[in-house]
Ligand binder design. Sequence first.
Ligand code: SF4
Length: 416
Amino acid sequence: MERRTTRAIMIGDDRTGRIGIGGDHPVSVQTMTSGYTFEIDSCVAEINRMHEAGADIVRVAVPQRKDTEALPEILAQTSVPIVADVHFHYQRALEAVEAGVHKIRLNPGNINDRREVDAVIDACRERGIPIRVGVNEGSIIERKDKQQRAAELGKFFADRHQGHLIALMIAKLEEYMDIFDARDFHDVCISAKSMDARLVIEIYREISARFDYPLHLGVTHAGPKETGSIRSVVALGSLLSSGIGDTLRISYASDPIHEVEDGLELLYCLGLRNRVGAELIACPTCGRIQVDLFTLVQAVKKKLDKEIELPIKVAVMGCVVNGPGEAEGADVAVFAGNQRGIIYVQGERVANVREEEILDRLLEECRRFQDRVRNGEVTLGEKVVEIVPPDPIGDLGSGVAKIESGQVERLTIDES
Ligand code: SF4
């Protein structure tokens, strides 16, 4: 998929390493701490946990002086680029820059005094620190003349979903970027977030046509993970698949680790990042299931996350209907039947074990396979043996009839 061409900015230093945003750099995943920044120990622990989970960049809120005062110690104890999130008080941005933070986020909705913005730009330029200009639907509308502004701007983008909000956000961004242009400062990335997935798609399409700065994608206030993931994936997946977006944050009212995991998974699914760790495929189960698959899948996932570093494709399937097909496409696979599991490695049948032995044997095969890949004996994704699944349209008619008659189990489960 072709990505839109943007300028590139760099964030980080010699100690953290530098992450590129925009240009040819891979799309990066960000998240934000959920606790108080001034509580240094817990903030450091949260940042390090996020970094370990795969976050490329972590943002912290700095609403108070004691938050920016905590930054030098936080920076000393972490090794991932840190962004200071600044609202209302431009002094917090100056203090964060002084503390050595790696990027500043400004909100045009609440820091819009030109002299204040100029002061932040000058401080960032001096230290070589980029700025994200982050417009939010929730803080964009001037409280005083909200209805009048909305009515005036409503005629623009009238044919679009929430056209007046698109107009307000674009107007605010363009006004703000004029300040940066006048200062000849272009070390910038832009975001324009809303909780409305359709609006997010519309607004980012619009700003990607108007600016060549890298874009930070996000659906803000998306809600708990259960529903927020749908909103986020719809909007961000749509934009990324059309080449728009250079870095992203998925926002949940849940443990931020899920934001990192889901952001990475989204990029893996779209082929925008190389997978780290195993890829787990599992069936949803149905009335044909003959083992406790949900428990097995959770246990397999936990072990794979801990023990497997290579992008080995692992399939855990409940029965013979789709089991052989997925087993054939996976590096290591199990498909179950009759309280047993048949285990395959690159299409080659290696074991037929009882249900309680499936987890250990499957993991053993994954570890062994990983060692063989590392030793150059096998290649990921190769198919060694063609699995021939039982013919579903044989003498007995459809696959369903075969299963109902018990023929599938007899055909596939070799208990010897
Ligand atoms: S693999 Fe079997 S158990 Fe799993 S969903 Fe498909 S038919 Fe049902």
